[in-house]
Design a protein around this ligand. Sequence first.
Ligand code: NG6
Ligand code: CA
Length: 515
Amino acid sequence: MFTETMRRFSLLLVLWSCLTMPSIAGSSLPNIIVIMADDLGYGDVGCYGASAVRTPNIDRLASEGQRFTSGYCSASTCTPTRYSFLTGSYAFRRKGTGIAAPNAPAIIRPGTATVASLLQKAGYGTAVIGKWHLGLGDPAPDWNGELKPGPLEIGFHHCFLLPTTNDRVPQVFVQDHGVLNLDPKDPLWVDDKLPSPDHVTGLSHRDSLKMDWSHGHNGTIHNGISRIGFYTGGMAARFRDEDLADQWVKQSNQWIDAHRDGPFFLFFAAHDIHVPRMPHERFQGATTLGLRGDCIVELDWCVGELMKTLDRNGIAGNTLVVFCSDNGPVLDDGYRDGAVEKIGDHQPAGPFSGGKYSVLEGGTRTPFITRWPGRITPGVSDQIVCTVDLAASFASLAGVPLPEPACLDSFNVLPALLGESGAAGRDHLLQQDNGSGNFGLRVGDWKLVRRKLKTVSQATVSRQQHVEPRGPHALYDLPDDPGEEKDLGPTNPEKMAELTQRLDELLTADRSRGL
Ligand code: NG6
Ligand code: CA
């Protein structure tokens, strides 16, 4: 029998356990926003040395938080970095994780543990707003029906997406499970083949383009810009390139306002500064660097708007913001937008060699900033941290155990991310390209580069705008040679052998966490 005394006693017990629970539980969990820029290089923002472009908002994040000088993304192209950020596992372990085509199916299968699903378990509201580029649907996107599986099947409560990247078709928004504003009487058709011989493309109507292409990107024309791939229909659903950033900010503000009571996790996946670089008219001409620089200013504006939203809701002090990029910089990535001609003295990769597509440092060493006022002491950190570590680190922050097997390459570097004194980041870092078999391995100050030379096309090499190492392996001392120009392998055979063996182990094992 449940007597009054017993009832009072159990109430006291509940009260006692609430008071003694770790402070991390319940509503005290911080909100988390990951702002991932696209193709933004180490040297592209003010706080990392840029002077040709002003980035006051990103610089403010850095001055109020930790700015990492060895912050990385895991790959030098978009899809593999995003795959490994969300799953905590390296993309090279899974086939089909290279740059996704317009009609690619959902690459992360339902049931896979992700940053979002782990945080969802801890009670977070979760959303991704911006560029997806991880495929939708199975076995292909059903553009006119239900677009699933997608983010909602791997831990996000809400999504508002550009389905691929904006140089690929189609230019429509995907909201949750469908194309926004799609008129069923005007269905959307997407393919990699011409729909008809008279379809207007960047090849057939090159003179009509408002931005010319330089390689690829000569398929269907929309908004005066030709793209990779072909599409017809869905006219009411199509957006203007110039309005993308405004839309990401508007959607994010609405979602944050609605989730201000938290805890929430927002993956803000900017499209800036990927091609086609077509910022809003109010940013065009903002820099001397041409549209590439103007897109950096637009990106910085987005960061500022998000920070204002946190302030307006009074939640900045309870929100961890991580700012990072999905791969290093590139100038000509398929359009003649003036990036090459107007670069001047600006160093998009800072002191590093390589950039997008490369396993040299410029490919993956990118701006990386964490801010959490009141919790993170402002400063600069030289600890090695990587986007692949965010899964395990956020799980630790939220008090969620990592399921097995999951997040196989994600290390809990939370103390380093929070700038705690003496906290160590990774002891090694593996870098991959788009999946062609080239790898980098950093251990301390040493960097090993392994190239599978045969698979690198001449076009790729010339686009990388730097000299590649000649042999299959090369060894560099990064502090002395950040540009990876002096191969010390021949004079340091033991170090070379040690790192080569370590790389082989990491590549052949099925995981690196707990190896
Ligand atoms: C390449 C495209 C490039 C860009 C990249 C993906 C060509 C010649 N090049 O194949 O323009 O779209 O894919 O970039 O088509 S990423 O940042 O999304 O990985
Ligand atoms: Ca990218």
